[in-house]
Design a protein around this ligand. Structure first.
Ligand code: PMP
Ligand code: GLN
Length: 385
């Protein structure tokens, strides 16, 4: 903990630097191959960069409209309707945000107050809990099964109380690489019937699913869509995580409330990037080809590890692969991940920090959004462990 000069009351006393930053810095220090934080180490499509440059030259350098550039909202609306059969009105039901992170933070801030309970499924991506806590809410955890990361819907239902205001789901799931099936979505829908519970459906990896698995968006289900904010991220889809551009879609009355907070939180997102994305989205192959693109990378990575001592269940979605290292060592995942960087120069993410009570199942996460050359180099080292 830093020593403050002033007597500061921390609203987030337990928050530390994220494991993504810590492992990334360690990777840099040891000149390691960085498969820790999730980001591509290759460039986005040059034509997308050209579109941003053009938009800047055309003068789109001042504030964009609060809810986002209308052509972009129209394209998002069209895309969701084409893929999942639900119409979101571009005027009142879609807002462009500074990455999915800001959408999620703003939704939680707009709806969660003191004592409100939010069900979070663990292991969970790290941005949900601090957002709940800083707003006075209480995260209530449902731990996924150790082995296949399936959810026990009976346990889920047992966590719903009169104070439950929100549920956060994430499919395809970071860090496990599993996806919610149609049955899962129907269970969720049934579980929330006759409640006013709102859902955040974090679908940032919607275009990265493998082996013919489709993405089950909450927007496909009437009983879910009517209470859900679906959150998306162009960072994941177009290899532009540094541009921080995302959106959320939800029913008009929820979106109306969301925008009250959004307009004073950030007001609006980058104008030129929105203009460029509106044009780029006109070609569906730009996102529909992503499954195949990443499946090839996953397969290359798995093939390279096939004779290693890691035990692996192929990722069903996201650009992450979990591996079980218990045949190599019984060290904790944090110790093993640290040693992997310092001794073998490969950075990964230990999973225990994302579980309830720090449960350690000897799993680490690798990001395979990397050039084939990087993946081959990494697997060559990992095979020798
Ligand atoms: N949710 C999940 C599950 C993620 O992995 C990420 C990626 N960092 C985000 C949300 C945030 O997305 P963005 O970078 O668009 O803010
Ligand atoms: N989503 C990225 C991951 O899971 C992390 C982004 C961040 O560092 N906040 O690796």
């Amino acid at each position: 903990m830093p020593k403050y000069k002033h007597n500061i009351f921390s609203k987030l006393p337990n928050v530390r630097t994220t494991i993504f930053t810590t492992m990334g810095q360690l990777a840099q220090k040891h000149s390691a191959i960085n498969l820790s934080q999730g980001f591509p180490n290759f460039d986005p499509d040059p034509s997308l960069i050209d579109l941003v440059t053009q938009a800047m030259k055309q003068g789109y350098n001042q504030y964009a409209p609060m809810a986002g550039v209308m052509e972009l909202r129209e394209m998002i609306s069209e895309k969701i309707e084409q893929l999942y059969g639900r119409h979101y009105h571009p005027e009142s039901e879609i807002t462009v945000t500074i990455g999915a992170s800001q959408a999620i933070f703003t939704i939680i801030t707009a709806f969660i107050g003191n004592g409100d309970e939010v069900i979070v499924i663990k292991p969970a991506y790290d941005c949900y809990e601090p957002a709940i806590e800083v707003n006075g809410g209480i995260p209530v955890f449902v731990q996924l099964n150790n082995t296949d990361f399936k959810i026990d819907w009976e346990v889920f239902r047992s966590k719903i109380t009169p104070r439950t205001k929100m549920v956060i789901i994430n499919t395809p799931h970071n860090p496990s690489g599993t996806i919610f099936t149609k049955e899962d979505m129907l269970e969720l829908q049934r579980s929330l019937e006759n409640t006013d519970i709102i859902i955040i459906s974090d679908e940032v990896y919607e275009h990265i699913t493998f082996d013919g698995h489709g993405h089950e968006s909450a927007s496909k289900y009437d009983g879910l869509a009517s209470r859900t904010f679906v959150c998306g991220s162009f960072g994941k889809t177009f290899h532009i995580t540094g541009w921080k551009m995302g959106y959320c879609a939800g029913p008009a009355e929820l979106m109306h409330e969301f925008r009250k907070t959004h307009q004073f939180n950030v007001f609006s997102a980058d104008h030129a990037v929105q203009k460029a994305l509106a044009t780029y989205l006109k070609e569906p192959q730009h996102y529909l080809g992503l499954n195949q693109f990443y499946q090839e990378k996953r397969d290359l990575f798995l093939d390279g590890l096939s004779t290693s001592r890691f035990k692996i269940k192929p990722s069903q979605g996201t650009y992450f692969q979990l591996v079980d290292y218990s045949d190599i060592t019984q060290e904790t995942d944090e110790v093993f991940a640290e040693r992997l960087v310092t001794e073998h120069r490969i950075a990964s993410i230990p999973i225990s920090g994302f579980n309830t009570k720090g449960i350690d199942n000897h799993l680490i996460r690798f990001c395979f959004a990397k050039t084939n050359e990087t993946l081959l180099k990494a697997t060559e080292i990992l095979r020798k462990l």
